[in-house]
Design a protein. Structure first.
Length: 362
């Protein structure tokens, strides 16, 4: 791993991805509240875009897309033929299948393939925010606070007029707006503006956002009761609170290098972030499908059978990472490696601005 990586960012990304995996394996609402992973990952992406844009904006956008899409293409090469072979009664026209190549909207999938395709909204949203980044950065440098609030204001308007863009485009626009403020706050972090804010102010705003999001969800219950993630505005505000608090400070991560198992795990997740994200739900679904055939329900200790099933899912994910993770090396123009682990190096002290080259996932 490069010695100039920001290990704080690496750690945040690893925590975010682990939380996503745990939520999909054990879908308890509390996991969403403990750590709003998606908002944090989009904030990291926004921060890491700035330096590349300053060097060469068109090249930065192209490079980021190049590092993001090959892993999706590999998934398409595997999944689309499998879905066609398994039977796809409502298969869309071939032009719409091109979304598996250029995902400007969610790629289509059959019911059989939904466990894989259901997570692709993140890549679609990330792609659009990358494409919008040159404009967002120019707007931010001219009107910083209005640009931070602009996506949130747009999300409020979309919530008031949900049929404006239709179902397919509306879903994409909703996600871009819901996480756009987190992305711009990442840019504010890179510009050093968050570090200039007084700690008391940041803590106050962060707490107001978190409690405001929770309050919104509590006063607007859905069919299944209180569901923060089902309310885009509430969850966006909630995520903003976490992002402000996490990016205002850049703690020293020197301790990480002394805890080798954790250090290696953080490096592994970052080196294979896109592969882990794309295939984790497939691995979980695979393990669930084997629950009855393997008779895991016969395990006498209550709850242990689910731990065994989760272990099986992680083993399947490990196979996917070993088999397909090297694609991320090729996308980053590195020598492809089967192993996701790299040699340990020293890490620089934390700085006010992140100084890390982006990984494939962020």
């Amino acid at each position: 791993m490069q010695p100039d990586r920001d290990r704080y960012f690496d750690t945040l990304r690893a925590v975010a991805i682990v939380r996503v995996i745990l939520f999909h394996a054990f879908p308890f609402a509390a996991l969403e509240l403990i750590f709003p992973s998606m908002g944090v990952m989009f904030a990291l992406g926004g921060s890491l875009m700035v330096r590349s844009l300053d060097r060469n904006a068109p090249r930065a956008v192209v490079n980021r897309i190049r590092r993001l899409l090959p892993a999706l293409w590999v998934m398409a090469l595997i999944l689309v033929p499998v879905m066609l072979h398994h039977g796809w009664s409502d298969r869309p026209s071939w032009p719409r299948l091109l979304l598996w190549i250029i995902p400007i909207a969610d790629p289509p999938a059959s019911e059989f393939g939904w466990s894989a395709a259901g997570v692709l909204w993140y890549l679609v949203t990330y792609l659009w925010l990358v494409l919008l980044s040159p404009l967002l950065l120019r707007l931010y440098r001219r009107w910083n606070l209005p640009t931070v609030l602009l996506p949130l204001f747009g999300l409020l308007l979309l919530t008031a007029y949900p049929a404006t863009f239709g179902d397919t485009a509306g879903w994409v626009v909703q996600n871009v707006l819901a996480y756009g403020t987190c992305w711009v706050l990442g840019m504010a972090h890179r510009e050093g503006d968050l570090a200039k804010l007084k700690p008391a102010l940041v803590i106050g705003i962060a707490l107001a956002c978190v409690t405001g999001g929770l309050g919104w969800a509590y006063t607007h219950p859905g069919e299944n009761g209180v569901d923060l993630t089902g309310l885009p505005v509430a969850y966006a505000i909630y995520s903003i609170g976490f992002v402000l608090a996490l990016l205002r400070w850049s703690p020293s991560m020197a301790w990480l290098g002394r805890v080798r198992p954790v250090d290696g795990f953080v490096s592994m997740v970052n080196n294979r972030a896109v592969t882990v994200y794309l295939w984790h739900n497939v691995a979980i679904t695979f393990a669930v499908a084997l629950f009855d055939p393997l008779k895991l329900w016969r395990i006498p200790t209550q709850g242990l059978e689910y731990l065994a099933d989760f272990s099986l899912a992680m083993a399947a994910l490990a196979v996917a990472v070993l088999a397909l993770g090297w694609v991320e090396d090729l996308a980053a123009r590195r020598r492809p490696r089967i192993s996701p682990f790299v040699k340990r190096v020293g890490y620089p002290p934390a700085r006010g601005r992140a100084s890390v080259p982006v990984t494939a996932a962020g």
